[in-house]
Ligand binder design. Structure first.
Ligand code: PLP
Length: 358
């Protein structure tokens, strides 16, 4: 059975097997990874291992710090303004779809939000145009969502925000390929796509941004304090960090982020090609060049076939293909752990389904 869920998503089989062994292994202190106190040397070693593995994968430049925080990506919708606004009143946001919209709504609690670019809502869908963003002089940062999980839209390139730090909600594209961290002031990603279990979020922050006053940030939500206290202001999600370290190892052993990008591109190209060459039976609503390799959104020209498609796909072992609840249709999420064989099986099923209809 191939699970195409957008998250929590499929984890690599090898990671699950290692996780099972790790879970059952009690150390000399009588604790396994789920039970281990965060003050223990064993937990600190896990944290350091996860940090180092991630830094190695990304080629993390000097001057950036990594946090493994409890809570989902949505907590960052508040943590970002609480920590980065400093004395500024305003923050810039690009509206690229559902998740950017939610980030904007949360930021409005703390800041004046300037929406500096918008996606084109009409078909074919496209990311916000990249040029001429009217960044206000006094804006503290500019926030983007490089991959919109629901709409299946990905930016073709990063915007140039000059001296204004670029902040990214990279939840659904993190570790899907190489990432030039030096382009960003801050990157965050909920773990449940390419990192590990839900409830863990990775934050990568440029050190100079930590100097900003974060007067109203609750202690566990304060990046500076979390870094000063080695990620342990409150109880860290130790088991999730342990799992993330196993995923980082798996990526490295599989050839690193360049290999992930190559495999992901092949999977996405195969599925988009099947949609585009279906004679209009299947349709992809996102414009070429803006199509997400991670979340392939498509629909049936005859919408009445959506439910039979989903039911028959499930019976064929192809699960969780329903589109995001706010956009409808179908969606296949092709994160790192989805093997090419899963996409091949989906493409074969789609051809067979369309043949049977017509
Ligand atoms: N941002 C993006 C791009 C997402 O895809 C998601 C969830 O899938 C979120 C934010 C919200 O993440 P969480 O549910 O971990 O808060």
């Amino acid at each position: 059975v191939y699970n195409f869920a957008s998250g929590p998503a499929r984890l690599p089989d090898a990671v699950l097997e290692r996780a099972r062994d790790t879970l059952l292994l009690r150390g000399a202190d009588g604790a396994c990874a789920l039970e281990r106190p965060f003050s223990s040397p064993a937990f600190r070693a896990t944290l350091e291992r996860a940090r180092q593995r991630l830094a190695a994968l990304l080629g993390l430049p000097a001057g950036y710090r990594v946090l493994f925080l409890a809570g989902g990506a949505m907590q960052q919708f508040s943590m970002v303004p609480l920590n980065l606004l400093g004395r500024a009143r305003c923050a810039a946001y690009a509206d690229s779809g559902y998740w950017a919209g939610r980030a904007i709504r949360e930021a409005r609690r703390y800041a004046e939000v300037a929406v500096v670019a918008r996606y084109q809502g009409a078909t074919p869908l496209a990311a916000p145009p990249l040029a001429n963003w009217p960044l206000p002089d006094d804006c503290a940062y500019c926030h983007i969502t490089p991959n919109e999980t629901g709409e299946g839209i990905a930016y073709p390139a990063l915007p140039d925000t000059g001296a204004v730090p670029l902040v990214a909600d990279a939840t659904s594209c993190f570790l899907a390929g190489p990432l030039d961290v030096s382009r960003f002031g801050l990157i965050y990603a909920g773990a449940q796509k390419n990192i590990g279990p839900a409830g863990l979020t990775v934050v990568i922050v440029r050190e100079d941004l930590l100097e900003r006053e974060a007067r109203y940030a609750p202690a566990p939500y304060c990046y500076r304090q979390q870094l000063a206290e080695n990620n342990t202001v409150n109880t860290p999600v130790g088991w999730a960090i342990e799992l993330a370290a196993l995923v980082f190892d798996w990526i490295a052993e599989s050839g690193g982020l360049a290999a992930m990008a190559l495999a992901n591109r092949r999977k996405a190209e195969r599925l988009y090609h099947a949609i585009d060459t279906s004679g209009g039976f299947y349709q992809a609503p996102v414009a070429h060049g803006h199509r997400s390799p991670s979340n392939v959104r498509f629909q049936l020209a005859d919408e009445r076939l959506t439910e039979p498609f989903l039911q028959q796909a499930e019976a064929a072992g192809l699960t969780h293909l329903r589109g995001h609840c706010h956009v409808g249709g179908l969606r296949a999420s092709l994160y790192n752990a989805m093997p090419q064989a899963g996409v091949d099986a989906l493409v074969a099923f789609m051809a067979d389904f369309s043949r049977r209809q017509g």
